[in-house]
Write a protein of this length. Structure first.
Length: 199
């Protein structure tokens, strides 16, 4: 069942406390529907800076709140009938456990200061520290392939492969990742399984 969170934007005098709390929700519940209540309708654009994908932003008006909530809950029910966004994997980040959609992962980079940790890069341009090594991570999903001793990529999100520069780039991102010469042929074979185009 999809969880629905109805949050007041202002808590304890902080007019963005609800937005900050919604970020924590997203770490644990990617499929959640988040609805904000506020008296500050000018804060609407702020939700996009926090990248929490709010379902709605309802201005507190006794005559309209009930109707807006009914409309939003109808949207949630319709979403439940839509195809799922795909598989998730469970990752350790600091002292937290979080679920992440595989489709939302671009790549992982090893942490140069800690061989047992890495950084995850996502489709919405986040860089998240992960308390797992690349060796542990590559066992989490078939789409994850070690292209370099320091990088593990989601081959399903690769946009282009530059054979001359030995690097890959991703859809909707400026990020590029180096590819080891020894991994190039195997990567091309894998990419051929994800596309009708021969790499």
């Amino acid at each position: 069942m999809r969880n629905v969170y109805i949050l007041d934007l202002e808590i304890g005098g902080d007019d963005q406390a609800g937005l900050k709390f919604s970020q924590k929700i997203r770490q644990y519940d990617l499929a959640a529907s988040i609805i904000f209540l506020t008296v500050h309708d000018e804060l609407l654009p702020t939700t996009y800076r926090y990248q929490v994908e709010a379902l709605d932003f309802i201005v507190k008006n006794p005559e309209k709140v009930a109707a807006c909530l009914a409309r939003d809950l109808t949207k949630v029910l319709k979403k439940l009938e839509m195809p799922h966004r795909g598989r998730t994997i469970t990752l350790r980040s600091h002292y937290e456990i979080m679920k992440v959609y595989v489709n939302d992962i671009l790549c992982f980079q090893s942490n140069p200061d800690n061989t047992h940790a890495s950084f995850m890069y996502t489709t919405n341009n986040q860089r998240i520290p992960i308390n797992m090594s690349l060796r542990e991570l590559e066992e989490q999903a078939d789409e994850l392939f070690r292209v370099h001793r320091s990088y593990l990529v989601n081959v399903a999100n690769i946009r282009s492969l530059n054979v001359k520069k030995h690097e890959v780039s991703f859809a909707a991102s400026e990020l590029t990742v180096p590819v080891s010469r020894l991994k190039m042929r195997k990567l091309m074979e894998i990419l051929n399984n994800y596309s009708s185009i021969q790499w």
